[in-house]
Design a binder for this molecule. Structure first.
Ligand SMILES: Nc1nc2c(ncn2[C@@H]2O[C@H](COP(=O)(O)OP(=O)(O)O)[C@@H](O)[C@H]2O)c(=O)[nH]1
Ligand SMILES: [Mg+2]
Length: 189
């Protein structure tokens, strides 16, 4: 496999792993990106590792997209895929408050136990249901506070139903992995 000639990333594949509560839409998001459509009446189980190339900044990067499932017995499987992950997609559904809270209570701890250095993007899935998120009480401020407290590298919204934001999620995952850290500007608060 051809190695990337990117200055700051020379590994052959960027591993992107989706985690989060069951039912938040991880598999739908991955299937939507990988196959560009969700088959009608599709009932996903777990999505097989998917190899693809992702364009970012005029380069093509080899990537592997990895799904996880939270059920008992999958723990071992998860812990096998965590250590080699370059970027985690920490997913919560905008219409499920528990899935949001569990990113801080469960998921960030779960991944950091075995991987201290991977990049982390917080992904709000099912953004087509955002109206409902006001009812379940997840405000923008809540989200940004959480993103900061878990030291995530970014926050994005997407919908596997409308496809809005889907491509952006995967481009961002590549960006945070390959881009060299910006030199901190002197900021005056
Ligand atoms: N409205 C809406 N529903 C979604 C979306 N993505 C997934 N779903 C629904 O949420 C259910 C669970 O999604 P799934 O991908 O299996 O969740 P997972 O357990 O995190 O992998 C699916 O059966 C869909 O009905 C989305 O973007 N918008
Ligand atoms: Mg799933």
């Amino acid at each position: 496999m051809a190695k990337h000639k990117h200055k700051h990333y020379t590994s052959s594949s960027i591993r992107i792993t989706a985690v989060g509560d069951g039912g938040v839409g991880k598999t739908f998001m991955l299937v939507r990106y990988a196959t560009k459509e969700i088959p009608l009446g599709y009932e996903p189980t777990v999505f097989d590792n998917h190899h693809c190339t992702i364009n970012y900044g005029g380069h093509e990067y080899d990537a592997v997209l990895v799904d996880t499932a939270g059920q008992e017995g999958f723990e071992k499987l998860r812990n096998l895929s965590y250590p080699n992950t370059d970027c985690f997609l920490l997913c919560f559904a905008v219409d499920t408050r528990d899935s949001f809270l569990n990113l801080s209570y469960v998921w960030i701890k779960d991944i950091r136990k075995v991987n201290k250095t991977a990049k982390v993007l917080v992904i709000a899935t099912k953004s087509d249901l955002k109206e409902e998120s006001l009812e379940v009480g997840i405000t923008e401020q809540d989200v940004l506070g959480m993103v900061k407290s878990i030291k995530a590298d970014g926050y994005l919204e997407c919908s596997a139903v409308t496809k809005e934001g889907i491509d952006h999620v995967f481009r961002e995952a590549v960006r945070v992995v390959v881009e060299k850290p910006k030199r901190r500007r002197c900021t005056v608060l």
